[in-house]
Design a binder for this molecule. Sequence first.
Ligand SMILES: Nc1ncnc2c1ncn2[C@@H]1O[C@H](COP(=O)(O)OP(=O)(O)OP(=O)(O)O)[C@@H](O)[C@H]1O
Ligand SMILES: [Mg+2]
Length: 317
Amino acid sequence: MADEKKEVLVSVRGLEQYFNLGKKDEVRAIQDINFDIYRGETLGLVGESGSGKTTTGRAIIRLYKPTAGEINFEGKDIAKLKNGSKEMQEFRREVQMIFQDPYASLNPRMKIKDIIAEGIDINHLAKDDADRDAQVANLLQLVGLNPDHASRYPHEFSGGQRQRIGIARALAVQPQFIIADEPISALDVSIQAQVVNLLKEIQEKRDLTYLFIAHDLSMVKYISDRIAVMHYGRLVELSTSDEVYNHPLHPYTKSLLSAIPVPDPETERLRKPVPYDASIEEDGQDRSMVEITPGHFVYAAKGEIEGYKAAAAAYNK
Ligand SMILES: Nc1ncnc2c1ncn2[C@@H]1O[C@H](COP(=O)(O)OP(=O)(O)OP(=O)(O)O)[C@@H](O)[C@H]1O
Ligand SMILES: [Mg+2]
């Protein structure tokens, strides 16, 4: 994506999401989350299981009422919208989600044309039945499925094809922003790249903005312009994909990178996974995301900033 003329589409500030599991039993799923997503870009969100990736995505589409913070979409604060309001309905159309499990997310008793057209019906986006059929046929074509199969049921499709149906369903209401929550994790490795490439292609055609959630950094690099790394409900690093990959600063990011197997056997033999010791952040110091070099943010305490700056400078020597 071109760097000039960056326009912020989604802006998250101080977002917190706590869950109450009964008296005084509170899960702080995400805390003090801050980031912007530029129009037309893909922001990758990575971190281990339980780090708060899904909660962040679900909070942004307002499946929850955020405990605190702001979510701005095209300049409007979504966190404060009321369920059922006209603005909320509009927002719900503009932002769509693609889920991890294409088996669980498609109603087995519905024909795929009705699954895909659900949002078209709810939002009255088709003039008549012929228009509805035509829109479904176009969407099937767009995601690489045969429009003649519109009357089939989900079980008649493979995992990769079902994920394509999920993508068609998300696109049916002409959203601007898509949150893809581990959309390829449940698929065979051989199919994963196809679905990622499809998402990239559609992004260009439809001018879409993505938040792409994934467990590990390997596939995320190919689709993301920038990457945000999460750990224990907080962001710890955010920068361009290249920076996060080649010049990681936070020890947790380094640990995540060291866990990726490399294709070259010689290099793979020498690869040493670096464990991350989370207790270094339990020292009572205040930490926040600090911009170490332009656009490269790291979760750091005051006393750590100089060290990160020196490490960044050493990379650039
Ligand atoms: N509805 C909920 N009620 C209570 N706790 C929740 C709820 N949703 C998430 N959590 C907790 O919040 C934390 C973050 O969960 P989340 O699902 O966002 O992580 P994740 O990064 O998406 O993990 P995964 O990679 O396994 O999908 C976890 O400790 C989880 O148990
Ligand atoms: Mg998740």
